[in-house]
Design a protein around this ligand. Sequence first.
Ligand code: 0CH
Ligand code: SF4
Length: 336
Amino acid sequence: MSATPSRPSVAAATDERRRVLLAAPRGYCAGVDRAVIAVEQALEQYGAPIYVRHEIVHNKYVVKTLEKKGAVFVEETEEVPEGEIVIFSAHGVAPQVHEEAERGKLATIDATCPLVTKVHKEAVRFAKEDYDILLIGHEGHEEVIGTSGEAPEHITLVDGPKDVSNVEVRDPEKVVWLSQTTLSVDETMETVDALKGRYPNLLSPPSDDICYATQNRQTAIKQVAADADFVLVVGSKNSSNSVRLVETAIAHGAKDGRLVDGADEIEEAWLEGVTTIGLSSGASVPDVLVDGVLEWLAERGWEDVEIVQPVEERMQFSLPKELRRDLRAEAARKSS
Ligand code: 0CH
Ligand code: SF4
């Protein structure tokens, strides 16, 4: 009896034209690098457990890896036992969270990205000047909750162009827009245009709130997408900037695309008939996960990898000040 030949899998096929366009910059931004190192260093300096309020960054692999080292992730400050250390995530927290931590006699390490803190400061300043602040961002996202907490009576959330018609302000002459740092640049501009249609004197933030890393990853994926049959973005489903990369790729020419946490989530059926694959990763994604995807693809004939890098990136942030202080003191003690 002869076996029925099964449909050849993408693994069996070979195609000399198969190639991967690897977007750069991709992966960790300076704020994520700082936040993840802060948890690692805190574990070394003070020992486990170290409590972290909210996922330090929105990536399953990062969270699991830090859990194995002794980090304990909680959603609310009240879950942390009195006197323990708690780290605030890169997405930032509202001032009330700092107050809760003080009441619980917790030692805090604030790993909020300095570029998120910049938006918080803008919100405080415009609220003091009695502006109505239209905060463009995704409802329920941790960063938006933190920023809104700086001036709840002055801030109205605008979740994309569809929300613009519902906005109400006290004085149309005294309105400013701010935004979440990890949004789609194009969609945000659409929202701003629609807001300007209603409020011609709408003030813009003093500098871009969508951060350099979000913008650079979108610029790179746009270039890749123009030549890709299919785009893979490595990132977790709750990572706003990673989700935006898939949307941006599809809006800029990729025929299709998917967000995956790693190589084990890729389905061979997606790649039937595909020659050029675009690949990128969100700002919260470690390189090891992209390496795993590259290996998976190489085993199936996509060995040829071309880097597409329209922008250079060289940003670095120093560790949170509380941690730097204790690391310095420890170093001084050791050397004396
Ligand atoms: O993209 P989001 O904001 O969901 O967050 P992430 O995936 O943890 O990436 C890091 C950004 C942190 C705050 O800007
Ligand atoms: Fe900071 Fe931008 Fe990274 Fe967010 S995505 S942590 S704002 S550098």
